[in-house]
Write a protein that binds this ligand. Structure first.
Ligand code: SF4
Length: 367
């Protein structure tokens, strides 16, 4: 299968771009042309899917992106790669974005549905001036929710630019409705100096006002949806105590999708790209315990053999849906592409894509 994939890649040349998220399996990621986190891959989808000049010659443009990641990432790639300006550059030709397994979703993204966010917005408008609220969605969300943000003056964010996005939002609006990840929202707000009393949890299962009394909503600056990532929520403060006992000079670094008490107790926290950079640039011989997705931690350890790098929890935490992309289903994508009948194409509805693009372009502009 490895040979089949590489031979097909050679035949397709620049017409094909394979994007791989850091949490992918090792046997899959080795075939990716570009590897990154959500933010980096979004930029790559926007920029690398158009023709470019190389030494005066026009390089044959990309026709297909295979996205080795999860569903919301492929949707984002479709919206950005097929934006009106990119379509114009290609003379109207679309780029097909393919997800090798259509079941590869994200449980966090599924925790905020479009209807439930609209219902929340309706309820909020009965107790506060809704024109003072701006919706901010973590990029780990459906295209419909990004469109909701685009339609309401809002923006998308990633863990790399969440603080910059909240700064942008709160300099223009009195309050933010942040979804779906409560932990990224809470950790970022606290880092900005917003007090706990100004952060209100919106419990999406509650019938009225997210289980809050209206005075709490009126006093809020950040309204937090109650979504979470099951991979990152698994880390406990006890894991930090244990690892510090075993490796006394260890530095603990975690992703901001971890709970607030984990981020507070760790030595450092940041996005996937930040964690990779921080460890790669650390001195030879340094020790790190990393609180994020297991396959990614194993890859950083392999790339940094001169350092001690361990998973923060002794049992690594793997993202099961990222793991649905396998060598088998990746290999199965090539023949249909070469036959001109690609399968598993993710195509976002035009109207939704138009509004979601507003939120995504703001996200890419704020760094
Ligand atoms: S690691 Fe968590 S947030 Fe990322 S895709 Fe998996 S379930 Fe979703």
């Amino acid at each position: 299968m490895k040979d089949t994939i590489e031979a097909a890649k050679n035949r397709l040349g620049k017409k094909l771009l394979i994007l791989g998220h850091h949490y992918q399996r090792e046997e899959v990621i080795v075939h990716a042309d570009l590897v990154g986190d959500s933010f980096q891959l979004s930029r790559m989808a926007a920029e690398r899917s158009v023709d470019s000049e190389s030494g005066g010659e026009l390089v044959s443009g990309c026709e297909t992106i295979i996205f080795c990641g999860v569903h919301f990432m492929a949707e984002t790639a479709d919206i950005l790669a097929n934006s009106p300006s990119n379509l114009a550059k290609r003379g109207g030709r679309r780029v097909d974005v393919i997800l090798p397994d259509l079941l590869a979703g994200c449980s966090m993204a599924d925790m905020a549905s479009y209807d439930s966010v609209c219902e929340c917005w309706e309820q909020l408008s009965t107790v506060i001036d809704i024109s003072e609220v701006v919706p901010v969605t973590y990029v780990n969300s459906s295209a419909e929710l990004k469109a909701f943000c685009g339609q309401h003056g809002g923006v998308s964010c990633t863990s790399s630019n969440a603080k910059a996005v909240l700064d942008w939002a709160l300099s223009r609006y009195k309050r933010v409705l942040f979804f779906p990840d409560q932990h990224l929202g809470r950790n970022t707000a606290l880092k900005m100096g917003i007090s706990m009393s100004e952060i209100v949890d919106w419990r999406s299962g509650e019938q009225e006002f997210g289980g809050n009394d209206t005075s709490a909503i009126r006093g809020s600056r950040i309204l937090l949806w109650d979504g979470f990532c099951c991979v990152h929520q698994r880390f406990l403060t006890g894991h930090i105590d244990e690892i510090r006992n075993v490796i006394p000079d260890v530095r603990v670094i975690v992703h901001p999708e971890c709970k607030q008490e984990i981020v507070a107790k760790a030595d450092d926290a940041g996005s996937t790209a930040y964690i990779l950079k921080r460890i790669t640039e650390s001195p030879v011989g340094s020790s790190w315990a990393v609180g994020t997705e297991g396959r990614f931690v194993e890859r950083i350890a392999k790339q940094n053999p001169d350092k001690i790098i361990v998973n923060l929890a002794f049992q690594p935490s793997y993202c099961s849906t990222m793991g649905l992309i396998t060598l088998e289903n990746l290999a199965a994508m090539f023949q249909p592409i070469e036959d001109g009948k690609p399968i598993n194409v993710i195509k976002v509805d035009t109207k939704i894509a138009e509004n979601a693009l507003i939120a995504l372009q703001r996200m890419l502009e704020i760094s």
